[in-house]
Design a protein around this ligand. Structure first.
Ligand SMILES: [Zn+2]
Length: 225
């Protein structure tokens, strides 16, 4: 029961899942008041779930309250999320409990699957240490893991283009001082290799650079080819 509570409450606290499904779950729990204490329980059931700011506040109070039950970093991380590399030890804390169980191999060097030794969550990891300097994370099911073991990986991080698109959505593009940066060129080269019809505009958007800059990089790469 306790595990079911914490797993549902964390899901809501980190902003995953449908609000409506959470509300339905919430009102059908008889033991929850004992678990949370009267004050927090009342705050939760009297929350106006259509009010974003109120929901945000309740999520914060809830996370603070159930944080002491947490044995690993997983509950705080959304189903699709990222952790910056080398920022405040966040990545070290997260990966300390993880064991790598499957890698895609050389062809897609950024892609692997790890499992948490504490809570058994399975994470697909897209490691971008070339451009965004982030670990992109996707909580996957045992079924998805089995399929990946048989060579059918989830598509979310399967190409550099997809991974960069997620980076663009979730993270912040680096500010390159050096327009001619080798890693920037390398990323563009890989994008073209993956999909030769990719446009300059698409490259610019994925990398958060100007179209002029992207155009210049593409021309430089074509010159070398
Ligand atoms: Zn965990």
């Amino acid at each position: 029961m306790k595990t079911e509570f914490t797993s549902q409450l964390w899901k809501f606290a980190r902003g995953d899942g449908q609000r409506k499904a959470f509300e339905e779950w919430l009102y059908s729990q008889n033991e929850l008041e004992n678990f949370l204490g009267e004050e927090l329980y009342l705050k939760l059931i009297s929350c106006d779930f259509s009010n974003k700011e109120e929901v945000w506040k309740v999520r914060q109070s809830l996370a603070e309250s159930i944080d002491s039950h947490r044995q690993c970093e997983c509950p705080k991380i959304k189903n699709l999320d990222f952790i910056p590399m080398g920022f405040d030890g966040d990545d070290e804390r997260f990966f300390a409990n993880l064991t790598e169980i499957l890698t895609y191999g050389k062809k897609k060097w950024w892609l692997y699957i790890s499992k948490c030794n504490r809570c058994q969550t399975v994470w697909m990891v897209g490691q971008d240490d070339i451009y965004y300097d982030d670990y992109f994370l996707n909580r996957i099911s045992d079924d998805q893991l089995d399929k990946a073991k048989n060579g059918k990986w989830p598509e979310l991080f399967l190409t550099q283009e997809r991974l960069l698109a997620i980076g663009r959505d979730l993270s912040t593009a680096p500010m390159y001082v050096d327009a001619d940066s080798p890693s920037l060129k390398w990323v563009v080269e890989n994008l073209i290799k993956e999909r030769s019809t990719i446009s300059v505009g698409e490259i610019a958007t994925l990398l958060g650079i100007s179209s002029e800059h992207a155009k210049w990089l593409v021309e430089e790469i074509q010159k070398q080819a």
